[in-house]
Design a protein around this ligand. Structure first.
Ligand code: SF4
Ligand code: SF4
Length: 278
């Protein structure tokens, strides 16, 4: 079973919920896909066994044999290549725009004019946090997109024999789509504030468009605040759990030591609900 945890915006408690969920499972794998700013390791404190450099292929043009036909630039949907024909005869490559899709290499008609070369983009760390198999993607500073890195984490490191918890980036962009694509269930974490509700609505739109099975966990729940509850009821979305607004949790969080044991049974209950829904 694969469960992705995401939220409409950062700072809603996505990693708190992801790590608590992973801790409550008997046979879990936790994958931190929030590669721009992963923080699951701060709470799970894994022993890292392997660090693997992560590279992506980018084009390199040999202007000595390039005919400046412009086909590579025309094929690039991300405008990462510019080709200037006669009289300039120049090419320009903007690597921060490149998504390593390979289209330019595919269309180039001149053998050897455009080759693909590896470029370091980040790294992947693999280890163990107690009974939890731990995987984390980490984008290098200054790199623009973690989408391909997340695809690699899922393709090459996801263990189908485990219950996999995918800690997604926040928002509704490509990185989130890549993380939640193909999972069995998505948990949307939301705080009961007007901003929290607004961002939750965007996430709901996304998971519905993708045809995914999903439910909500309310973080910082207060008995007298029904903002998320009312919306969930209107939209017939199940609320799987309400993590209370508590000074104890906030203190533990700021000390990097979440109260895993205290909430273990509650999160086992969340897993049971998910199993019944898929
Ligand atoms: S497609 Fe190949 S030959 Fe044409 S401009 Fe690009 S690199 Fe040069
Ligand atoms: S690999 Fe794709 S995104 Fe990168 S320059 Fe080539 S066509 Fe553009």
């Amino acid at each position: 079973m694969k469960i992705a945890i995401t939220s409409g915006k950062g700072g809603t408690g996505k990693t708190t919920i992801s790590t608590m969920l992973a801790y409550s499972l008997d046979n879990p794998q936790y994958i931190d896909c929030d590669a721009e700013e992963p923080n699951g390791h701060l709470f799970l404190k894994p022993k890292i066994e392997k660090t693997i450099p992560y590279t992506e292929l980018v084009p390199q043009i040999n202007e000595d044999i390039c005919t400046f036909c412009g086909k590579c630039a025309d094929a690039c949907a991300y405008k990462a290549l510019v080709v200037m024909g006669e009289p300039l005869k120049k090419t320009m490559f903007f690597d921060e725009l490149c998504h390593s899709c390979g289209a330019c290499a595919y269309v180039c008609p001149v053998e050897g004019a455009l080759i693909e070369v590896p470029k370091r983009v980040g790294e992947i760390r693999v280890g163990k946090a107690g009974h939890i198999d731990f995987v984390m993607g980490l984008l290098d500073v200054g790199q623009a997109s973690a989408t391909q890195l997340i695809a690699t984490l899922k393709r090459e490191y996801m263990d189908d024999s485990k219950t996999v918890i995918l800690d997604s980036p926040p928002g509704t962009s490509c990185t989130v789509v890549e993380t939640i694509d193909g999972v069995d269930f998505v948990i949307l974490v939301a705080e009961p504030t007007p901003f929290g509700l607004s961002d939750l609505k965007l996430s709901v739109e996304l998971v519905r468009d993708m045809g995914l099975n999903f439910g909500i966990i309310v973080n910082k729940h207060e008995e007298d605040n029904g903002l998320i509850e009312d919306y969930a009821q209107q939209e017939s979305i199940p609320i799987l759990y309400r993590l209370p607004f508590s000074k104890d949790i906030a203190k533990s969080y700021s000390n990097g030591a979440l109260p895993f044991e205290k909430y273990k049974n509650d999160f086992k209950g969340v897993i049971k609900q998910i199993e019944e829904r898929i």
